[in-house]
Design a protein around this ligand. Structure first.
Ligand code: ATP
Ligand code: MG
Length: 476
């Protein structure tokens, strides 16, 4: 009896606590209680105030005030502030929250709680940072650095991206309106995630590179047959990072000095791309010497300018390329872009035709497994022109794949296949890549063997997704 009584009391206590909490949340009284709590806590600590005025004593604008303003208005806690202004952004659908005058906003950094007050006194605006004295020594310096980084990042993302191309030895600027995004590119999802996180880690690693004494730059090589999405991927990288793109046309560069000058004129946090590097090397169609090119890739000539720069090179094949050009440090990440497999095909069908399943899919899968293939560009094109009828689109792809399988380089898409088989045998010197060697076999072996290989694969019932061995990303 006593135990039941005890249990009832216990249950009642828990239930009452639950009701009180519910009441506090529903009536927003919880915020009042929290404020009282913070008020009491404030009284028992000594605080330090730092003022960031909008103008300095010479009436010049204080750049740091602008940064703080961008930072403070980006904090999630702005939504909890008692009074905020709403403005429309660049796009009419954008709404921007802005702290009103004399409002306080909280922030936390490295476990310390700080607050910002947006003051206006005699028509002069300022932000006042309030932090506990005991936290000041520990967090002030890194916190101010954090504000710099975050606001620079936000500003970078807000601006309209530019594409710059070199004509003679000058950059010409155009608006960069390429809509590509990494998700819309048919490529192994794991590989895409790895690249995304590699990029995101890199842009946050300025201090790490500084500590190592290395130029803060990262180089990527995108290689693979024509029409597999290399250029689209570069555009997607630029959109992901909100970086301007500098497209270096090496045939327009008159010598090493001018290549250096072009590099000097690029801005920090930009994407510098050299497309079809293998073509320049093979055809010797540039006046830049190989040492000029290596120095450009290393960024020695402008190491102070390597401020967060990302270099991207594309090639159809690494065959015949001097290994010094591709060595670790010069090219940090190698990404292979393969011809279409069934997984990429499904991803294209989903984005181009809005079709995730179709009765013709098993037939398409069988043809892919027999070794027939086409580039994503070709398949995308067939889907695009037949987008009003998914069945027609799939039938035309089946016909094209079958004609590829039968003819050796002839037929409607023969030109692409010729270039496919002309694409390189693997660079056998790079042993790390051999780990993912399946892809290479698929691109270089004769069609008869590919068919046999496809049949073998059919028999072994490869699990979906394992075909992604075709992709490789080598972190060096
Ligand atoms: N993997 C892919 N996913 C989605 N679309 C693709 C893919 N590959 C190519 N495409 C489409 O095909 C077209 C050509 O692609 P892109 O120019 O990126 O190929 P590329 O690899 O740069 O070719 P090249 O080596 O000839 O320059 C683009 O319109 C793109 O949308
Ligand atoms: Mg391209």
């Amino acid at each position: 009896m006593f135990v039941v009584y005890l249990f009832l009391v216990f249950f009642l206590i828990i239930f009452s606590i639950f009701l009180v909490r519910l009441f506090l949340h529903r009536t927003a009284l919880i915020f009042v209680l929290r404020k009282w709590g913070e008020w009491i806590e404030d009284r028992v600590h000594v605080h330090q105030h730092l003022k960031i005025p909008e103008f300095n004593e010479n009436c010049q604008q204080n750049q740091f005030y602008q940064k703080v303003s961008v930072y403070v208005n980006s904090l999630d806690s702005i939504e909890d502030s008692d009074f905020t202004n709403l403005f429309s952004g660049k796009k009419s659908s954008d709404i921007i929250l802005c702290l009103d005058d004399d409002q306080t906003i909280k922030d936390t950094f490295l476990g310390a709680r700080v607050s910002w007050i947006n003051k206006i006194e005699r028509n002069h605006r300022s932000f006042v940072l309030k932090m506990k004295k005991k936290d000041k020594r520990r967090i002030l310096k890194p916190y101010l650095q954090h504000i710099h980084t975050v606001s620079d990042d936000i500003e970078q993302r807000r601006k309209d991206l530019k594409l710059r191309i070199n004509i003679d030895c000058n950059w010409r600027s155009l608006p960069f309106g390429h809509p590509a995004n990494i998700d819309s590119i048919a490529l192994d999802p794991d590989l895409k995630n790895k690249v995304k996180s590699d990029l995101e880690t890199f842009i946050k690693s300025k201090q790490y590179y500084q500590k190592l004494g290395r130029a803060w730059k990262r180089s990527y090589l995108l290689y693979g047959p024509s029409g597999t999405g290399k250029s689209s991927f570069i555009a997607a990288m630029a959109n992901l990072l909100s970086y301007d793109v500098y497209n270096v046309n090496l045939s327009q560069v008159s010598d090493d000095y001018h290549l250096n000058m072009l590099l000097q004129q690029t801005t920090s946090k930009s994407l510098i791309i050299v497309e079809d590097l293998d073509r320049y090397v093979a055809e010797k169609s540039t006046a830049v010497t190989s040492s000029g090119l290596l120095n450009f890739m290393d960024g020695i000539l402008g190491s102070s300018l390597c401020n967060g720069r990302i270099m991207v090179f594309t090639m159809n094949s690494k065959e015949g390329i001097d290994s010094a050009l591709l060595r670790p440090g010069r090219i940090d990440v190698h990404i292979y872009f393969p011809l279409c497999d069934f997984n990429s095909f499904k991803s294209l069908a989903s984005s181009y035709l809005g079709v995730k399943e179709h009765k013709l899919f098993p037939q398409v899968e069988e043809i892919f497994q027999s070794g027939a293939t086409m580039s994503p560009a070709e398949i995308g094109e067939l889907m695009l022109v037949n987008r009003s009828s998914p069945s027609r689109a799939l039938k035309s792809i089946i016909t094209a794949l079958q004609s590829n399988g039968r003819s050796s380089g002839g037929g409607k898409f023969g030109h692409q296949l010729i270039s496919e088989s002309a694409v390189s045998s693997p660079d056998r010197s790079s042993t790390a890549e051999d780990a993912g060697g399946v892809a290479w076999k698929e691109t270089v072996v004769p069609k008869e063997f590919r068919k046999l290989y496809g049949m073998l694969r059919l028999k072994t019932h490869k699990k979906p997704g394992s075909i992604n061995h075709n992709h490789e990303m080598i972190e060096r």
